[in-house]
Design a protein around this ligand. Structure first.
Ligand code: GLU
Length: 303
């Protein structure tokens, strides 16, 4: 029989309280305030209660983490509000980063035992299959094609594909305005670029590894729109509201999951139980990172 121990009873209350305290001082425009230090040189501890005596039988990933005495987490680092690295302070912030930290803490790993690894959209499945990361938390939509290679825990967040355009663009108000005259940029290997190719075949596309490169191309006039999940686009618009705006309504459903090795049902079950039992913590993570973003979502039920 599998025995798992995670944050329970008083532990959960303590975590939620710590998270809510952090919520008062942290905001997307004030990245990192109230959080633990980054993986590179942070001096504080994580604001999550670190579980002790975790026993997760049947998880090859957890066995490896214990053996290595560290957890390697694949993330994004150019997505403000979700997965962001401030290169001046070396601090990582965002909803996904805190979800990643929560999982690590629940498995018994403090901030100084976390190695964050930036992995672009196109390289996620391979990184998981190769064992380069123990798990991946970075705007990663659950879909059947990806499930052929990896497994997902979750969903832990739901958003949808949207459009980012120049603040003075009056021509593109929604996806209905995309045409042969509008070049749309997105990340290689992402679901949004695939959707444009399949359902808007007349629309020219440009792709880069990173969404931040698409935003640069938009600011320079090389492309007319950036498309990806609205939650990501809202973060870019908030950083540069004089030049960028999000238009239209989400036109797909993107359900974010934690990417895991396909054979690790024990870890999948552990994380799903965390999400199911940890509604207060989820809410505190949301409020801290996205509470002032205008995004209105509640925690989804896990599959
Ligand atoms: N959620 C979409 C995906 O998983 C777009 C965002 C991303 O590329 O991370 O492809």
């Amino acid at each position: 029989m599998r025995r798992t121990r995670t944050l329970a009873g008083i532990g959960i209350a303590a975590v939620a309280l710590l998270a809510l305290t952090a919520c008062n001082s942290g905001s997307p425009s004030d990245p990192g305030a109230g959080t633990g230090g980054g993986d590179e040189g942070g001096e504080e501890s994580t604001w999550f209660e670190v579980a002790t005596d975790v026993d997760l039988e049947g998880s090859p990933t957890f066995d490896k983490m214990k053996e290595d005495d560290k957890v390697v987490i694949g993330v994004k680092e150019d997505q403000p509000g979700l997965g962001y690295l401030d290169v001046t302070t070396n601090e990582r912030t965002g909803f996904d980063i805190d979800i990643a930290r929560w999982i690590a803490a629940s498995l018994g790993f403090d901030e100084d035992k976390i190695e964050f690894k930036p992995i672009a959209s196109a390289n996620r499945e391979q990184a998981i299959v190769n064992g380069d990361v123990d798990y991946y938390v970075g705007t990663y939509s659950i879909n059947d094609k990806r499930k052929e290679q990896i497994a997902f825990a979750g969903p832990y967040f739901i958003t949808g594909q949207g459009l980012l355009v120049a603040a003075d663009n009056e021509d593109i108000k929604s996806e209905a305005d995309l045409s042969a005259d509008t070049t749309v940029c997105s990340a290689t290997g992402s679901t949004p670029i695939q959707n444009i190719r399949t359902n808007f075949p007349e629309v020219p596309t440009k792709e880069f590894d990173l969404y931040s490169a698409c935003v640069e191309a938009l600011l320079s006039g090389e492309v007319q729109a950036v498309t990806t999940d609205q939650a990501i686009l809202i973060g870019y618009a908030a950083q540069d509201p004089d030049n960028l705006k999000v238009v239209g309504e989400p036109f797909t459903e993107e359900r974010y999951g934690v990417g895991l090795a396909k054979d690790d049902a024990a870890l999948q079950e552990f994380i799903n139980k965390m999400f199911t039992d940890g509604g207060d913590i989820w809410q505190a993570i949301f409020d801290k990172n996205l509470g002032s973003s205008g995004i209105e979502v509640s925690q989804p039920t896990v599959d």
